[in-house]
Design a protein around this ligand. Structure first.
Ligand code: ADP
Length: 579
């Protein structure tokens, strides 16, 4: 049953209401919703504002509860799914992202498996670097036997995830990482070549700058035993590079993670090296760190005057202030799944504010995605968001104190700030559906599509709302045109001016370099990282993939995921969402 929209409910799309009903609204034993979407926003606002009691009185609690409620109810800002689902419930676990350390001992591995199960049950995603594990067939002291290698353990984590359905809501997600120097690297690179294997994992190779230089100069590459640090085999760097590109071409996995770049921007290098990210790559984290994310819904900030359309920078500023405070409050009241994670959360207070609806916003501004103007605007916008986020976090530091590790951070001694990181661009797979906007910074994937509902397989026809508005405004025959688009899903058979065609290009019609350039534009002003899928046409070659990987490294991206059309049913980052 669809919850009837009442006059005072937020303007939610039918898809949003369906999704909220199936996964977010609290339910009774009979399976019926105990709350409306409006109640959900109130529940979340109320729970998160309780944090204000640590520094203020009841008046502040009420004031911020109302501010949080309003910003979510108007869909200006939404926190990541676990916050919407769990805040104010007995679970009260609010973070989407976690990283756990994997050590070379059976005891540690199975301890981490247990914590992974508990984190995933609470709605979080987990990332691991498996490079500390000794390679397959290495000698084991205790049993005089031989080791089974990182891949066998990745399979165990994958199998566990398969059976942990988060409160009947969605299956968990993982990131698995292996160093380019690990002796089992070829097995890792090729491990997702068959359909359905390790389907609960995104895999990324941890690539160093030295490796890229070895590829550039066609040198041989030394594989190293992770325990003894002794050299094992040598292999031509270009042989490994070819293998990675071929596997990406065939299956979309593995992706690359540039840990040297990540650590160049590590805010607390003296606390430790970062060697992992969360499942979709937007948050590099130290062992036991977690992060709560939230996203600004960009189309809501577009001022529509007669002469021009622009961002409403004032409303953006106000919303950023509220959102950063909201996320810092989440750090305070979060019910952390394990004591080590709680300790790290208080020590660094990492949060990640990002954006969704970038393609819709560009469409509303009549700026094509594949244009210099779009890339410039991306930089200007994200620079603004980052500056305002830091400004707010500094203000919070005045009132509440800087994060505990601040003295050992890159910000000390002159820049007291409350949060070690403030910004991050998440995929917004589900929350963009709730906000009824395009996902993250991705271009449109289609203009009209059947959206298959994850839980009940029901399909719903849907047309891109920006396109609809554009045609209704500029074309007298819009009804017939929209019918045609709904049927064919494209503008192909329609006689339209070039500018209109250019404006409504979809993901695969946009040259891949523009995908990378948008990722770079946002990355350069993002504390954490950017989750982005570089969607490329089916006809792309292995050489194209190498070229894109190379460009991504040169442009100082922190990671890169390429997906060649039709090489597999769908990549996990898209499969995670309700598309
Ligand atoms: P949402 O739109 O639901 O808030 P995103 O698509 O933006 O989520 O993903 C943000 C992060 O949430 C991911 O990088 C991952 O860490 C986590 N996440 C997403 N989907 C899942 C899932 N099915 N299980 C566990 N964690 C997930």
């Amino acid at each position: 049953m669809i919850y009837p929209i009442k006059n005072n409910d937020p303007a939610l799309s039918e898809n949003a209401i369906r999704l909220l009903q199936s996964r977010y609204l609290r339910k009774g034993v009979d399976g019926l919703s105990l709350e409306t979407p409006d109640d959900m926003f109130r529940r979340v606002a109320k729970a998160v504002a309780q944090a204000e009691l640590s520094w203020g009185g009841l008046q502040e609690v009420k004031q911020w509860e109302d501010a949080f409620y309003t910003t979510m109810r108007h869909l200006f800002f939404l926190p990541n799914s676990p916050t919407l689902m769990n805040a104010g419930t007995t679970a009260n676990q609010l973070s989407a992202c976690f990283v756990l350390p994997i050590q070379d001992s059976l005891e540690n591995i199975f301890d981490m498996l247990k914590w992974t199960a508990l984190i995933q049950q609470s709605g979080g995603g987990t990332g691991f670097n498996f490079s500390n594990l000794r390679p397959k067939d290495a000698y084991l002291n205790k049993t005089s036997g031989t080791a089974s290698g990182p891949l066998s353990f990745i399979k165990i984590f994958d199998a566990a995830t398969e059976y942990i359905k988060q409160g009947g809501k969605r299956r968990g997600a993982n990131m698995g990482i292996l160093s380019i120097t690990h002796p089992d690297i070829e097995v890792f690179i090729t491990s997702k070549q068959s359909n359905g294997v390790l389907r609960n994992f995104n895999l990324s190779v941890d690539i160093t700058d030295d490796f890229m230089k070895a590829v550039e100069n066609d040198l041989s590459w030394q594989l190293v035993h992770p325990m003894s640090q002794q050299g094992e085999r040598k292999i031509a760097a270009r042989t490994l590079w070819d293998l990675i590109a071929q596997c990406t071409w065939a299956s979309g996995d593995p992706g690359l993670l540039f840990l040297d770049t990540i650590n160049k921007y590590n805010p607390t290098p003296s606390i430790g090296l970062i060697d992992s990210t969360n499942p979709c790559g937007e948050v590099p984290l130290l062992p036991y760190e977690s992060c709560t994310l939230g996203s600004l819904n960009l189309p809501k900030f577009i001022l529509n005057t007669k002469s021009s359309r622009e961002f409403n920078w004032n409303l953006l500023t106000e919303t950023i202030k509220t959102a950063i405070r909201f996320l810092d409050d989440c750090v305070e009241i979060n019910n952390y799944p394990m004591p080590e994670i709680k300790k790290m959360a208080y020590a660094n207070r990492k949060i990640g504010l990002g954006v969704m609806g970038w393609a819709d916003a560009l469409g509303m501004l009549s700026i094509p995605y594949d244009s210099e103007e779009a890339v410039k605007l991306a930089e200007r916008l994200m620079k603004f968001i980052q500056e305002q986020s830091h400004e707010t976090s500094r203000h919070l530091a005045d009132q509440r104190g800087a994060f505990n590790n601040w003295k050992d951070s890159i910000y000390a001694p002159d820049y007291p700030i409350r949060n070690a990181t403030c910004t991050s661009i998440a995929p917004t797979g589900s929350i963009s559906i709730i906000a009824n906007t395009s996902a993250s910074i991705e271009p449109w994937f289609g203009l009209a599509y059947q959206r298959k509902h994850v839980l009940n397989d029901e399909t719903l026809p849907e047309i891109n709302s920006v396109l609809k508005e554009h045609f209704q405004t500029y074309y007298p025959e819009s009804h017939a045109i929209l019918e045609e688009i709904l049927l064919s899903g494209s503008l192909k058979n329609l006689a339209l001016p070039t500018e209109t065609r250019r404006l409504f290009k979809t993901s695969l019609e946009i040259a891949p370099i523009w995908h990378i350039r948008h990722q770079a534009a946002f990355q350069h002003f993002t504390d954490n990282a950017v989750s982005k899928t570089i969607n490329i046409p089916e006809s792309s070659s292995v050489a194209d993939i190498k070229e894109l990987y190379w460009t991504a490294w040169k442009m100082q991206l922190k990671g890169v995921t390429i997906f060649r059309d039709k090489c597999k049913p769908s990549p996990i980052s898209q499969g995670l969402s309700a598309h």
